[in-house]
Write a protein that binds this ligand. Structure first.
Ligand SMILES: [Zn+2]
Length: 469
């Protein structure tokens, strides 16, 4: 049968526990019932979670907080999420536990071997794409419904409502930068433009602009006095964020694969100095795992050691380059390397929630049927997803960001934004600097807690070592 196992129920409830101060008495009344075998109403004053035996999601939509939310494993038809019966039992109408587990565990990603040209789970295969709910933290809505049910039951029995908690007063803002490229005028970047102009590599912008940038690159390399590079813009990023009270995370990518990873090493003196400057000013230095590291532990261990040495601190967190990620292998490698969190799980092709959740969560290893001891901080928006994959403009990005922030604010959750340092060059993207600054102002006007991944994990785990990075 396809009922959810006890391990998976406990795993899901451990995430529900981020949203309320668990009351032992109420918790002891939870019952998980197979409705085909037992009569739910054999109980008195209990809290009954009916279990679905469906093997695949059979979504229905119900309205929660004025938003239409898909329930993957419904039990009853109708809009009602729960009810109290004549014996004082609270009975949920749907299997919210199995529905939440489906999203959190990423189990849908194991169902297909299909991967895109970089080896990633394709967004178009996801249930979020099919149900058009990528922009909603559906699991937060499920947990909210469960807690609404508990309040209803408490009220019915004359008890006080349950005590809720949330991670942030408004929302947490996690800004990050993947340092893929640091030298716009690197001779290889200039030569690459010839390939683009010859039609051998894809164009990032128009042919005319590519040609203009190629000529600019040649002139730059011929002039021994030119030093300014639009991709070495870290002083600008640091000063802007300090002025705005933001502290972000920078994930560094080392040279490994000659075309797919970066063109710098961690040993480079100016990279080492940059890392030290960032750490000294309260920013986070994390690892941007190379393409190979998502499935190669040796590669991961080596780059972890090199980054630890170059920055004089062991990194706490990682984001995989290109968001290339495989369940559960990549999590296992990261955990065994000693990393405390990953923040790769967003869809490359679409902004929103790959696991339907705007809180950090623990991954579940479906092969070994156990929790993996590492945190996942969901990546909610990467500028590339909106501007390149979706192909929309800055204004649409602003609108999407403000929507995702409003969702995070409903639950005191997080809005994480990845903005590449190489996408702040006016010669390639006219108007980008003004836009980026105005977006950050708009976000900070909404009064978030601006926090790095390492600080957030330190706060959740009470481990000050994680927080000092
Ligand atoms: Zn990258």
């Amino acid at each position: 049968m396809a009922y959810i196992s006890e391990n998976k129920i406990q795993y899901t409830l451990s995430h529900l526990a981020h949203h309320w101060y668990e009351d032992d008495k109420i918790r002891s009344l939870f019952r998980f019932k197979d409705i085909s075998k037992s009569n739910l109403e054999d109980h008195e004053n209990s809290i009954l979670f009916p279990l679905s035996d469906a093997t695949e999601p059979e979504p229905v939509f119900i309205e929660v907080r004025k938003t239409r939310i898909p329930i993957l494993f419904p039990i009853h038809s109708g809009e009602e999420a729960f009810r109290i019966d004549g014996a004082g039992n609270l009975i949920y109408s749907h299997d919210f536990i199995k529905s939440a587990f489906y999203f959190l565990s990423g189990q849908q990603e194991l169902k297909t071997e299909e991967r895109d040209f970089i080896g990633r789970y394709p967004y178009k295969k996801s249930i979020q794409s099919k149900l058009n709910c990528t922009h909603l933290p559906v699991v937060n809505y499920y947990f909210d419904l469960i807690l609404q049910g508990l309040d209803f039951w408490c009220n019915h029995h004359g008890f006080k409502p349950v005590r809720r908690k949330q991670l942030f007063e408004n929302f947490g803002f996690l800004l990050s930068h993947d340092v893929d490229r640091i030298s716009f005028y690197h001779p290889r970047e200039v030569l690459f433009k010839i390939k683009q102009l010859m039609g051998l590599s894809p164009l990032y912008y128009s042919k005319a602009l590519t040609f203009k940038l190629f000529v600019k690159g040649i002139l730059h390399n011929l002039n021994p006095f030119s030093t300014k590079d639009p991709w070495w813009n870290f002083d600008y990023l640091i000063e802007l964020e300090k002025k705005m009270g933001i502290r972000s995370s920078f994930y560094f990518l080392r040279y490994e694969h000659r075309n797919m990873d970066s063109r710098y090493t961690f040993r480079k003196p100016k990279i080492k100095k940059l890392m030290r400057d960032l750490i000294d000013q309260g920013f986070e230095v994390g690892l941007h795992g190379t393409i190979a590291s998502s499935e190669n532990k040796e590669s991961m261990l080596q780059q972890f050691a090199e980054l630890s040495q170059a920055s004089s601190t062991a990194p706490v967190g990682i984001r995989q380059h290109f968001l290339r990620f495989n369940h559960p292998q990549t999590f296992r490698i990261q955990h065994e390397t000693g990393l405390k969190y990953d923040t790769s799980l967003g869809f490359a092709e679409y902004d929103g929630y790959r696991n339907g959740y705007c809180y950090p969560f623990k991954p579940y290893d479906l092969e070994r049927n156990e929790v993996i001891d590492i945190w996942e901080i969901p990546l909610v928006m990467m500028e590339v997803s909106v501007l390149n994959y979706r192909g929309v403009d800055f204004e649409e990005l602003r609108r999407a960001a403000i929507h995702l922030i409003s969702e995070a604010t409903k639950f005191g959750g997080i809005f994480s934004l990845l903005w590449h340092n190489c996408r702040l060059d006016e010669s390639q993207y006219p108007g980008v600097v003004d836009f980026y600054e105005s977006l950050l102002h708009e976000i900070t006007d909404l009064k978030p807690d601006s926090i790095t991944g390492a600080t957030l994990i330190g706060r959740i785990t009470g481990d000050p070592k994680a927080a000092t990075t």
